[in-house]
Ligand binder design. Structure first.
Ligand code: TXA
Ligand code: MG
Length: 330
């Protein structure tokens, strides 16, 4: 059931549902989350079951304020503190050493915990209402079945989990791709997942170079978003340069069937046959991120079999979108 996030009665209803151990579709500025009380093991188990996600893949715990971090993390390095000050509330998740005995199930048994303070006004209201009831952390992975495209509207969430799930409608997500994740447990900041807050933003804020996980000689933490194939629609996705899709489309002529194309440039009119579904890719990386998952869902809903996507330019701001596209195509 979808309820409006602009009603304070509904926000209270949502917080009470979480307190009672139920699941909730929660809007955030990045993507919608499938939320549960992070300290309630039975509720957290429902998330893994509903998503079909392996129980050892850790979930992000959402908090209302940076002060709540002390409840879940045993230690906050100085550079992590600087990142929180600069980017919270906002689309940044920090991996910190986990306090003994806290949110073990949500953390997938790791000795670290992922924490994020979202900026979406409805998420903030829910988290604040939860905190007044003693629920200090809300575990929420993206509200999609394991491996599938993340949801950026309440309707997307409903199409994944049906009408049984209580979903708070907070409108379309602003950012459109999941938060940037920085591992702060290794002495140096490690970029686990690129997002809207770019590599350059992070390095500037903490005055340190970001390290990539491959550069560290230790076993990488399990992270679904870092699996090679993820965020995948049902159709087959192919990343292509502009020259390549143009050549391939010319070879097909106007006879393309069940084909979708997401590109900056519109194909020539004589190649726009009825079997080709074209959507304009914004040239701004921020706008492309905003549109990405809804475009993939839209193509899937039209039943296309193949999706061609123009490879976005290799800029720091575009790293998040390129990362998701590579995984969608894998
Ligand atoms: O923007 C977001 O981060 C969204 C919204 C709902 O907040 N959430 C999200 O959650 O993307 P999820 O579960 O789909 O992705 C969380 C990622 C996973 O790749 C997970 O493995 C990683 O964060 N993660 C969480 N805790 C971790 C930990 N302790 N160590 C390493 N990775 C962790
Ligand atoms: Mg996800």
């Amino acid at each position: 059931m979808i309820i409006s996030g602009s009603s304070s009665a509904h926000v209270t209803q949502a917080a009470e549902a979480l307190k009672a151990g139920a699941l909730l579709g929660l809007p955030t500025e990045t993507v919608y989350g499938l939320a549960a009380d992070a300290c309630n093991e039975a509720a957290v188990a429902k998330i893994f079951k509903a998503k079909g996600r392996p129980a050892n893949h850790p979930l992000i715990v959402h908090v209302a304020t940076a002060e709540a971090v002390a409840k879940f993390a045993s230690e906050v390095p100085v550079f992590a503190e600087a990142l929180m000050t600069q980017f919270w509330p906002g689309p940044l998740t920090l991996i910190l050493p986990r306090k003994d005995g806290m949110v073990a199930a949500a953390a997938g048994g790791q000795n670290s915990v992922g924490l994020r303070c979202p900026s979406h006004p409805v998420a903030r209201e829910v988290l604040q209402a939860c905190a007044t009831q003693g629920v200090w952390g809300v575990a929420a992975p993206s509200a999609n079945l394991f491996g599938r495209v993340s949801p950026t509207t309440a309707a997307h969430v409903q199409s994944e989990f049906g009408n049984e799930l209580l979903i708070l409608d907070g409108g379309e997500c602003d950012v459109g791709i999941e938060s940037t994740i920085v591992d702060c447990t290794r002495g140096v900041p490690v970029l686990l997942r690129p997002g809207q807050i770019s590599r350059i933003d992070i390095e500037k804020a903490c005055g340190l170079k970001l390290v990539s996980p491959e550069a560290l000689n230790t076993e990488a933490p399990r992270a679904s978003g870092t699996l090679e194939s993820h965020y995948a629609p049902s159709a087959k996705v192919r990343l292509m340069s502009q020259a390549d899709w143009q050549k391939a489309l010319e070879a097909l002529g106007p006879h393309a069937q069940n084909l979708a194309l997401w590109s900056v440039q519109k194909p020539a009119p004589d190649l726009m046959g009825a079997g080709l579904c074209w959507r304009a890719m914004p040239s701004s990386a921020t706008q492309a991120a905003h549109d990405l998952f809804s475009v993939l869902r839209d193509f899937d809903a039209r039943g296309v079999r193949t999706i061609w996507i123009e490879t976005p330019p290799d800029t720091p701001e575009g790293e998040g979108v390129r990362d998701r596209l590579q995984r969608a195509a894998a």
